[in-house]
Design a binder for this molecule. Sequence first.
Ligand SMILES: *Cc1c(COP(=O)(O)O)cnc(C)c1O
Length: 386
Amino acid sequence: MTKLRPDDVFRNSIESPTYQSASYYFNDAGHVKAGLHERSAPAGRYGRYSNPTWVEVENRLTELSGAEASLVFASGMAAHTTAFLALLEAGDEVVLPSESYRQVRNVFHHILPKFGVTVHEVSIRDPEEFIENVRSLKGRLKLVHLEMPSSPHMYLIDVARVREALGPEVVITLDSSFSPPPNFYALQWGVDLVLFSATKYLSGHGDIVAGVASGRQDLIDKLRWYRDTTGPIMDGNTAFLLRRSLYTLRLRMERVNAMGLEVARYLESHPRVDRVYYNGLESHPHFKMAQQYLHGYGGVITFELDMSEAETAEVVDRLKVPFMASNFGAPHTLVEQSTFFTYFEYSDEELRSIGVPRGTVRLALGFGNDTQAVIDDLDQALSRAR
Ligand SMILES: *Cc1c(COP(=O)(O)O)cnc(C)c1O
């Protein structure tokens, strides 16, 4: 096979090509020296370390979050796990909200302790109590991990006050998968590293699994060494899909923010609905914080029906518009009965302690559905309830 070089074709496309390459060539020894030894000229080396399509999407993500630098990963969990492995060492103590994503809690409780990290789990339900707990641990902490809004109750955290309570030394990471820009800009509030499951709103089409970390350059540099070494990387085509999705992020978020408010208000007015958890409703316990921190409230709504688990299942089964599935941030609307999905292994006792009755339903609105069609569908399913 002749040694063809891609530089031989024209290069003036507006959109960059998608790179799929396991390695990168150097022209001569001088190029190796500049590109690899001195890093004075940008050059790729090997597919686990670099890919121009990643770099382009990382630059866009850096701009989006107002960060110093960003990295893309194979999944949201890969971004989280790499961050904690890179930033923590034996003897460190960390805080984790009780309401955070289940697999993130598993990393904290079942992986990090193997390497000598001590984990303090603290509930965010009462914002004052959370700050007090964090403050009382301050001198011992290396890192505090946050997530907001939390699922399923959409609890928020007074991030600025957490930073104030901790001082500048403690690293704050925040999982912003439910609240990406333009809804929330975590780094503006004293967060050092914002983490995303890009599987959700950032990619927004339900067709890729991906993760992102954005924040301080010195922290990103540490994460990069771990990503280079352990390999939880995104491939070029996935990076292309993420880059393309970012063009419509604002449009999609504005759309689901509007849908969310309308559907949440409908649900709140329905006589068979006991409670609605949505940050845009004044009835949400953290509504005041929502006004301070969020520019939009997204498409995920949790509500409680005044029904048994079986009756709730009948209502959910009657819905025709949503898929029964537990994701969010996709074009399709998805619905899950919480005690059949995330909490199916929980006892009544455990459900009571986390505040999830058996009539709890989580609805994740998709930008591809008509708002009125979703409301009409909920209406027919609820009107036929016993
Ligand atoms: C989905 C999700 C994750 C994990 O991301 P993956 O892309 O599925 O690995 C982490 N945190 C939150 C809040 C999520 O919703």
